[in-house]
Write a protein that binds this ligand. Structure first.
Ligand SMILES: O=C(COP(=O)(O)O)[C@H](O)[C@H](O)COP(=O)(O)O
Ligand SMILES: [Mg+2]
Length: 399
């Protein structure tokens, strides 16, 4: 394959045939405009988009559109998006249109990709064949650096592998980033002295384009061992800048806040699959893709395919660690692992810090639920001699 093939679902309006609608997308995103150009030079034709197929699907149609590789500027993800996910969403002749997937040729996939990926992250933590358990510090905003660090310490003592800031916490005055990183890393060192276990803490360095690398470097100077970025609000280019910066040699955790504005409507917007592919190219090491039983909307079939976009062999890119997060608690661990498998990071915020006996007990309960699954025992059975899990299931149940 030499060109880009974009997959769209669409529904034309009543004045437009499916073929005309697909052609309108191909023209808008390549060499056309709303009317024929009397001035068009012949040599421009080689850049015309080509409608490869149109077929009925549900209430609408699926089309594959071929965009000549030459239209794209290699390495420029924002420009890729302006073609495959650009003006087409506003075309009046389409009532709805959704980018469901995109295939890039090797010539346009020359990125470094993840520096760590699943294996690299596992290597840092010394884990094999088991899911990682992570937590989002809660309350998501408002804590001082010292109290954030205390929550992190409790979570680490209870056995989590991974701790992260929430997506809305960056460098606000109530919790300046530099102070927070220093405080959290100091308490994680304390926990490590006690447990012997290394824990990763992803500090959210999301910031404006011209400052994000500098912010990440400041966090690293203060001992950060993982970075986090809100990729859709900062942009894929921001993630790429972090991943390709020679001085940044820690994993990058990628949060997808705002994605549902694009992904949620099954007939319109951008599906998670193209987002997952772009994050992998741009260098994310871990990416939220959703849950099968959590608090956000879910579609297990799509989620499994999204996770495969992160993990299947693809141009030599390292596999990205998929993250299931949002409304999880120990009673939901079995459903998540049974469907998603064990190459996954399970994150719980409320499902750890809301434990009746506090954060450390909540972390233990999550780890116990994972152990129960790995040993092939139901959570309720395992809870009979694991009090933290028992208390969690008593409060939240198992569904
Ligand atoms: O803070 C949380 C979850 O907290 P809690 O565990 O308390 O619900 C995350 O922002 C969501 O995971 C986002 O969803 P997604 O990861 O699917 O984008
Ligand atoms: Mg959050």
């Amino acid at each position: 394959m030499e060109d880009v093939i974009a997959h769209y679902y669409f529904r034309p309006d009543e004045r437009t045939t499916p073929e005309e609608a697909a052609q309108a997308i191909a023209e808008e995103e390549t060499t056309g405009t709303w009317t024929a150009l009397t001035t068009r030079q012949d040599y421009v034709r080689r850049l015309d988009g080509i409608v490869e197929s149109v077929e009925k699907s549900g209430r609408g149609y699926l089309t594959l559109i071929r965009y000549p590789a030459e239209i794209f500027e290699p390495g420029n993800i924002p420009q890729y998006l302006s073609v495959v996910a650009g003006n087409l969403f506003g075309l009046g002749r389409l009532e709805a249109v959704r980018l469901t997937d995109v295939e890039f040729p090797e010539s346009l996939a020359r990125f470094n990709g993840p520096n760590f990926g699943t294996e690299g992250v596992r290597h840092l933590l010394g884990t094999r064949n088991r899911p990682h358990v992570g937590t989002i510090i809660k309350p998501k905003v408002g804590l001082t650096p010292a109290d954030t660090a205390h929550v992190a310490y409790e979570a680490a003592s209870g056995g989590v592998d991974f701790i992260k800031d929430d997506e809305t916490l960056t460098n606000q005055s109530f919790c300046p980033m530099n102070e927070r990183v220093e405080a959290v890393m100091a308490r994680l060192d304390e926990a490590k002295d006690e447990t012997g276990r290394q824990v990763l803490y992803a500090v959210n360095v999301s910031d404006r384009a011209d400052r994000i690398v500098e912010r990440a470097e400041e966090a690293l100077e203060r001992g950060a061992n993982t970075l986090m970025v809100d990729v859709l609000t900062c942009g894929y280019a921001a993630l790429q800048a972090l991943a390709e910066e020679p001085g940044i040699s820690v994993p990058i955790h990628v949060h997808r806040t705002m994605h549902a504005a694009m992904t949620r409507n099954p007939e319109h917007g951008i599906a998670m699959r193209p987002i997952a592919r772009l994050v992998r190219m741009a260098g994310g090491d871990q990416l939220h893709t959703g849950t099968v039983s959590g608090k956000m909307g879910h579609n297990a079939e799509e989620l499994l395919l999204d996770n495969r976009a992160l993990t299947d062999p693809w141009y030599g890119f390292r596999p990205v660690f998929p993250v299931a997060s949002g409304g999880l608690h120990p009673g939901k661990v079995h459903a998540e692992l049974a469907t998603l498998g064990t190459e996954i990071v399970l994150q719980a915020g409320g499902g750890i810090h809301g434990h009746p006996d506090g954060t450390a007990a909540g972390a233990r309960a999550m780890r116990q639920a994972v152990d129960a699954f790995l040993e092939g025992i139901s959570a309720s059975e395992y809870a009979k001699d694991h009090v933290e899990l028992y208390r969690a299931l008593e409060l939240w149940g198992t569904s």
